[in-house]
Design a protein around this ligand. Structure first.
Ligand code: F0G
Length: 458
C-alpha cells in the first residue's frame, strides 16, 4: 500500500476555543450590528474570518523570537531577513513594514499620482483603497473564466492579455506607474497565476515600458499550484519556482501575515536602487527606520525563518490539501463553491446558495450570519459590502461574484474542524429556501465599509 502523505509537523501547544448555544449567538450577532468583525473571539468557535496573521508559528520561529536583536539600526535579525530576501526571493533591496498595506502605502506614495491607472488581476481591497484614495484607478484585467465558479481553468488568477494591452494602448506610459499581479489572487478565490501568464505579462509590459510588481501575500501557495499544474515545473523545487516567478518582477509588496507564516509583518522589495531610496524616505515617515520598518527585531527573525519554511513542498502540500478537503466536502453536499478550490480559502457562491435573498440585501453577508448562528463559524463576506460604493455615483456596485469566504488559518485547525464546518454549512443549505430576506445598512463609513458597517434585518 502506498503510504499517504501527512503533516510534516507535530503539535506542541494547544489553545482553548469556546463553544456557545444558538440562542447566545443570535443575541451576540444582533448586538454586533450583524457585522462578524464586531464579534469578540470568545464568541466564535471556528474562526475563518481570515488566514492573515492567524497561523501557528514553528518552534524554530519561536526560537527566533527569543534571539531577536532589538538594535534600532542594522540588527542581526534584519540581516537574517535580508539574506532570505536576496538569496531565496531574489531581490537586492527591501523595506520591512508592519503589514502588507503599509508596503502598498509606501510604494504608491512613491509612484502613484492622481488620474493614473494600475492594471492588475482583481486588486485586493486595501490595494484598491490605496489607489482610489490617491484619486487613481485600479483596472481589473482578470480572465473572464475567473467569474464563472464552475469553470475548471487551472489558473483563474491569470491576467487577460487583451484586456491588459487595451489599458496599455489607451493610456500613456506616464499614466501607468506599474502593473500589479496578485499571487494567488485573493479576490477571485485564492486562484493562482501561471508562470506562463506571468512571463507573458512581463513581455507585454516590457513592450510598453511598464514595470511589473507582485502583490505577493500568498506567493508560496501560488508556486505550489505552478508545480502541481504546469507540466514544465513538476520537477522543480518550490524555491526554484519562487525565484523564477519573482525574476519577472521589478518588486513586490507582501503581507507577511500569510505565506511569511508570522502574526504581523510586511515587506516591500525592489530591484531599483533609486526607487529603494525614495521608498526608504516614505518608510521612515510612515513605518520606522529602514532596517526595522514598524516591526520588532524578533518579528524580523521569525519572518526570515517563516519564509524558509513556507517555501518547502511538504508544508504546502499539507496546507493546500486541508483547504481542498473542506471544499470537496462542501461539493459532496451540493454546496456551490468556486472551483477549482483555491489555496487559502473556500469561496461559497452566495447568489446560488441563497437565490431568494435579493442582491440589494447582501446575500453573502446573510449567508455568513446564518453560518455563524448555526455553528459559531465565522467567515467573511467577499461581495457587495466589501466592494464599497462607486466613489462618484455613491451607488452600491455589485461585483460579478457574491461570495462567502471561509479562510483557513495555517497549521491551526484539524480535519475534524473541517468536518464540523462542512456540517454546519450543510444544515444552512438544507433550509436555504426558507431564507428569503437579508439586511439593510444602518450606518457605514465612506470607504472600506465592510469592517465597521452596521446592519439591521430587512
Ligand atoms: N494583498 C492581499 C492579496 C491580501 O490578501 C491582503 C490582506 C493584503 C494585500 C493586505 O495585507 O492585511 O497585511 O495589510 N488580506 C487579508 C485577508 C486581510 O483577510 O485576506 P495586510
Amino acid at each position: 500500500m502506498e503510504l499517504p502523505w501527512a503533516e510534516p509537523y507535530k503539535i506542541k501547544m494547544t489553545e482553548e476555543i469556546f463553544t456557545s448555544s444558538r440562542e447566545e449567538r443570535e443575541k451576540w450577532i444582533e448586538e454586533a450590528g450583524f457585522n462578524l468583525f464586531n464579534l469578540s473571539s470568545d464568541k466564535v468557535y471556528i474562526d475563518l474570518l481570515t488566514d492573515s496573521g492567524t497561523g501557528s508559528m514553528s518552534d524554530k520561529q519561536w526560537a527566533e523570537m527569543m534571539l531577536g536583536d532589538e538594535s534600532y539600526a542594522g540588527s542581526q535579525s534584519y540581516l537574517k531577513l535580508q539574506k532570505v530576501i536576496q538569496d531565496t526571493l531574489g531581490f537586492p533591496y527591501f523595506l520591512p513594514t508592519h503589514q502588507g498595506r503599509a508596503a502598498e502605502n509606501i510604494l504608491f506614495s512613491a509612484l502613484l499620482k492622481e488620474g493614473m491607472v494600475v492594471p492588475g488581476n482583481s486588486h485586493f481591497d486595501t490595494t484598491k483603497g490605496h489607489i482610489e484614495f490617491r484619486k487613481a484607478h485600479a483596472i481589473d484585467c482578470t480572465i473572464e473564466e475567473a467569474f464563472d465558479i464552475d469553470d475548471l481553468h487551472p489558473f483563474k488568477g491569470n491576467i487577460d492579455l487583451n484586456k491588459l494591452e487595451e489599458v496599455y494602448k489607451t493610456h500613456s506610459k506616464e499614466q501607468i506607474p506599474l502593473c500589479l499581479i496578485t499571487v494567488t489572487c485573493n479576490s477571485s478565490g485564492g486562484q493562482p497565476v501561471s508562470m506562463e501568464n506571468i512571463k507573458a505579462v512581463k513581455e507585454l509590459s516590457d513592450q510598453y515600458g511598464i514595470p511589473v510588481f507582485f502583490d505577493a501575500a500568498r506567493f508560496a501557495e501560488n508556486a505550489y499550484f505552478i508545480k502541481e499544474r504546469e507540466a514544465n515545473y513538476k520537477d522543480k523545487s518550490i524555491k526554484e519556482i519562487v525565484k523564477e516567478m519573482f525574476s519577472y518582477g521589478a518588486g513586490f509588496t507582501m503581507s507577511a501575515k500569510k505565506d511569511g507564516l508570522v502574526n504581523i509583518g510586511g515587506l516591500l522589495a525592489m530591484r531599483d536602487e533609486e526607487l529603494f531610496r525614495t521608498c526608504g524616505n516614505f518608510g521612515i515617515i510612515y513605518e520606522g527606520y529602514i532596517t526595522y520598518g514598524g516591526l520588532a527585531g524578533r518579528d524580523l527573525g521569525a519572518l526570515a525563518q517563516g519564509l524558509m519554511e513556507s517555501t518547502e513542498y511538504p508544508y504546502l502540500q499539507a496546507r493546500i490539501h486541508q483547504v481542498e478537503y473542506l471544499g470537496k466536502k462542501l461539493m459532496e453536499y451540493g454546496i456551490p463553491v468556486q472551483q477549482p478550490i483555491g489555496g487559502h480559502a473556500v469561496f461559497v457562491d452566495a447568489l446560488k446558495f441563497l437565490p431568494n435573498v435579493p442582491r440589494a440585501e447582501y446575500p453573502a453577508q446573510t449567508l455568513g450570519i446564518e453560518l455563524y448562528k448555526e455553528g459559531g463559524v465565522r467567515g467573511v463576506e467577499i461581495g457587495t459590502l466589501l466592494a464599497d460604493r462607486d466613489p462618484e455615483t455613491r451607488e452600491d456596485r455589485f461585483p460579478k461574484l457574491e461570495l462567502l469566504r471561509l479562510a483557513i488559518p495555517r497549521k491551526v485547525y484539524s480535519y475534524k474542524h473541517m468536518d464540523y464546518i462542512a456540517a454546519a454549512l450543510k444544515n444552512v443549505y438544507e433550509r436555504r429556501n426558507e431564507i428569503r430576506s437579508g439586511y439593510e445598512i444602518v450606518w457605514e463609513p465612506e470607504i472600506l465599509r465592510h469592517f465597521t458597517v452596521k446592519l439591521k434585518k430587512k
